[in-house]
Design a protein around this ligand. Structure first.
Ligand SMILES: NC(=O)c1ccc[n+]([C@@H]2O[C@H](COP(=O)([O-])OP(=O)(O)OC[C@H]3O[C@@H](n4cnc5c(N)ncnc54)[C@H](OP(=O)(O)O)[C@@H]3O)[C@@H](O)[C@H]2O)c1
Length: 241
């Protein structure tokens, strides 16, 4: 039987391409998580038209009832989950300012999906992941979460610092370290990744394609028993925290 992977925010962008690569290159049954049924089903039709095993799963990470319903659906249908990729995430134009000028509500809106959404989905699916022989949890973070890169005056982000987005991704990096710690001495693995600066609706000025951008999520979703636990990666390289 195929392994089952759930990708949140998989109706477009990096999430959709991650679903495609997991199904096409690794034989997964992919659950295309999306908050909007029309957009989610459209993505599923696109994958199915390529001969891939894709199913729509309604899941809105910021809505506890929707998350619980999605977990129940997966439990009833499959009884376990092999891979969870927390990919859904957002930023805001209102966040492109110095921190003293970014309204608290901007932080709340970004944290709601980028942080609380990640924990809500992870917690709801944790028991199903633990029913897998070797679960793989991937958190889609960003190099913008890195303290080391932000505090390097010659680093890549010396003048690009959206405070709510960056701190939300730093928060989920720390959370991932804690998920990994809970899974120490088990066959399960939890890692956080930077996809790259990828051309998507979120980042129209990105530098790489979604094909390249999905690779790191796919890599960490498919690591073997000797794979890392609690690391931060981009295209096979360890990133500084
Ligand atoms: N693109 C980059 O350069 C880059 C760099 C570093 C990290 N990332 C991260 O990569 C992940 C995917 O981003 P992307 O570039 O592929 O962006 P995208 O094309 O805009 O896709 C974002 C996905 O997240 C979903 N989403 C956004 N806000 C949501 C909310 N409040 N509730 C539920 N779902 C929500 C979107 O659903 P709808 O279609 O329904 O809005 C969509 O499915 C994000 O976590 C992002 O932070 C991206």
């Amino acid at each position: 039987m195929s392994k089952i992977a759930l990708i949140t925010g998989a109706n477009k962008g990096i999430g959709l391409e991650t679903a495609r690569q997991l199904a096409r290159d690794h034989g997964f049954t992919v659950l295309v998580g999306a908050r909007d049924a029309e957009r989610g089903n459209e993505a599923v039709e696109e994958l199915k038209a390529q001969g891939l095993d894709a199913q729509f799963l309604a899941i809105s990470p910021t809505d506890a009832d929707s998350v619980a319903q999605a977990a129940k659906e997966v439990e009833d249908k499959y009884g376990h989950l092999d891979v969870l990729i927390n990919n859904a995430g957002t930023g805001s134009q209102e966040d492109q300012k110095p921190p003293s000028q970014v309204a608290l509500q901007v932080f709340r809106d970004i944290y709601e999906i980028n942080v609380f959404g990640v924990h809500s989905v992870t917690q709801a699916f944790w028991p199903l992941l633990e029913k897998s022989e070797a679960a793989r949890l991937v958190v889609v973070s960003s190099a913008l979460a890195s303290f080391a890169l932000h505090t390097d005056p010659n680093g890549p982000f010396s003048s690009y610092k959206p405070p709510a987005y960056d701190s939300s991704k730093a928060a989920v990096n720390m959370l991932t370290v804690h998920y990994a710690h809970q899974w120490q001495d088990t066959p399960h693995r939890a890692n956080t990744i930077h996809p790259g600066s990828v051309v998507t609706d979120l980042n129209p000025n990105g530098e790489i394609s979604v094909e390249e951008g999905a690779k790191t999520s796919v890599d960490l979703a498919t690591i073997g028993a000797d794979g890392p636990n609690g690391g931060f990666f981009h295209l096979g390289q360890k990133l500084p925290w």
